[in-house]
Design a binder for this molecule. Structure first.
Ligand code: ZN
Length: 199
């Protein structure tokens, strides 16, 4: 009996570590998983296992991928003269879903945030600079989030890029300042991309 209680409370402990999940929600989810068909509960466990064993970062752009090169980097139809810089893989997904951009991406895996102790060397900035140095880009689009830290990151990067013969642009302010790219709808993102301005 105590073994069962231990297993349930283990699950509640694990679930309550997830962002936005408090103790009460964790308990509700745990009891839900006990109630549903076994296959359904185990499918969740195996999806978690797969995402952690099969998914990695693309070796070029740091997008999430199940292969060495992500689907965008390995697509010969993409415009290799444009590079769009985003904070997270989920921002890339939002931008790409807008359908108005066909260039390549670079995922920073974060933003410069001195107050949180996140410095440029913890992001994928070195490999971004290397890509721009050796690539064939005519435009670099800064698509970091419109927050103080996102803007600061974009400014830092554009200063680094000054030495290269590329045009540097920033998404138009269609996205309300402070809002996060991943939540913006498709039309707003499309407007922000088409209306991008020179930095
Ligand atoms: Zn890639």
């Amino acid at each position: 009996m105590s073994g069962h209680a231990g297993a349930v409370s283990d699950l509640v402990d694990q679930l309550s570590k997830l962002p936005g999940i408090g103790r009460k929600s964790a308990e509700r989810l745990a009891f839900h998983l006990l109630r549903v068909h076994e296959d359904e509960a185990l499918a969740l466990a195996s999806a978690i296992r797969r995402v952690r064993t099969d998914v990695r970062y693309c070796s070029v752009c740091y997008n999430l991928s199940e292969t060495e090169l992500c689907r965008i980097c390995s697509d010969p139809k993409r415009d290799t003269t444009r590079l769009c810089v985003v904070e997270q893989p989920r921002d890339l997904l939002s931008l790409d879903a807008s359908g108005v951009y066909s260039g390549l991406y670079h995922v920073l895996l974060g933003r410069i945030a001195p107050l949180d102790g996140i410095t440029p060397d913890q992001l994928t900035i070195d490999s971004l600079v290397e890509r721009v140095r050796t690539g064939n880009f005519s435009e670099i689009i800064m698509a970091t989030n419109p927050t103080v830290e996102g803007d600061g990151t974009s400014l830092y990067l554009s200063n680094l890029m000054q030495e290269f013969p590329v045009e540097i642009t920033r998404l138009a302010r269609g996205i309300t300042s402070g809002s996060v790219l991943e939540y913006a709808n498709r039309e707003i993102i499309a407007d922000a991309l088409t209306g991008r301005q020179r930095l």
